[in-house]
Ligand binder design. Sequence first.
Ligand SMILES: [Zn+2]
Length: 514
Amino acid sequence: MTGHRMSKFYITTAIDYVNSRPHLGTAYEKITADIIARYKRLAGVPTHFLMGNDEHSLNVFRRAKELGLDPKAYCDQMEREFREVWQRLDVSFDDFIRTTDARHHVGVTELVRRIQAAGDIYEGHYEGWYCNSCEAFKQEKDLVDGLCPVHRTKPDWIKEKNHFFRLSKYQRPLLDHYARHPEALEPEVRRNEILNVIQGGLDDISISRAGQAWGIPLPFDAQSVVYVWFDALINYISALGFGAGDDEAFRRWWPASLHVIGKDITRFHCVIWPAMLLSAGLELPARVFGHGFVTFEGEKMSKSLGTIVDPLDAASKFGPDPLRLYLVREFAYGQDGDFSWERFEERYNADLANNLGNLVSRLATMAEKYCGGRLPVPGAPAGRLAETAGAALSSYRAAMDAFALQDGMAAAYTLIDAANQFIAETEPWKLAKDDAHAARVAQILYEVAEALRIAAILLLPAMPASAAEILRRVGAPKPGAEHRLDDARWGAAGDLTTIKADAMWPRIGEAKKK
Ligand SMILES: [Zn+2]
């Protein structure tokens, strides 16, 4: 990797169909991508985080018609709803693209033009299966008992004039690319699936739909629109101004450092997208991460199946942070997970109420009682908590750099656990009975506060508001958002002054349990 690539981080998520509101599955993707983006900013890396909505879907068009709305007006309304959900979940995207944006129209037109200029588009007829819910062409071998395996509905048999992209031409270049850059597709299980697909041979794909009005017309055939998936993938560069007169953002941020996507769309992102870019002579994204599905009671979150749990249920009740922490603490990133309210409650009580929240309260109470809240840097050398903090910081960095978000959070919690244990073992409330121990009591409490300050910095990406509140309560000299990983060095903040306030996470009562 060149220095140029290391000096910035461009992260994207999949853009969402707007025929229904965001659900836990989409929220999981946005929250985990947000944690990675916030971690990069914390690490001092210039970061650009893109999200958006995929509006050129026939399902969107149909949904708007059902509601008696103009499709664009419907998309405008859904954009407001999506943005409102992301705001409530504290998702810190820098840019939000809509595929009906003028800039997207420009980018799609230019990319299609380049691919055509490369001789990679030809006219033909498509005859075969098409699942309207997937908005995808299906091969016989993709179907299960003649049905779409995702939607369990019978796909339509369609026959129309289409323009085709010479995907077959890119089999060898794609295999070479993944041989040179195995890290370009993670986790490994997804990479192996995709390598099998590519090795099995690639068919050319249809990239247009005939006789439709909703979409971006092909620059060389105004009677056809660009197929929604081909259109959607291009958002990652059109958002940066690709194809526009001013493409400074494109030159600054492309290629993407990380595309965060669901595992079901790795084929689009790891076969078709890089082939499109190769054809157009553009650089390939450094990495695609295909996360698993978070299900609810064993059922995949799906707009079409209607098994929806509104992520706002937890976020509006407890604020976004307990949900955000739960989603990364509970599930290994890359694997599937099953959301349960029972586990959410257990984790809330264990991680937040009893552990971190209790530590914040006990420290503030003791610091006020024994030291008037003032905890100067002790003259005595730092004890074992300082060592634990150093180890936690290095495991945290290693884990977060590898997108092992669960391990990153676990590293932060080793420090919180150690601080709780340190209080239990040193028993400052006993030492405080004798004035001769005043210096020792002050040192113990300073060290606990310092451990808490450092743990809070490590938790900033997952729990931005709560971690900032903890930093305020331990007397960190600047607001949470201004912190960098360098601030997580032991003693970096100098003297601390604690602030006593209400419990941050009161226990969820037993009464709620059935
Ligand atoms: Zn389907």
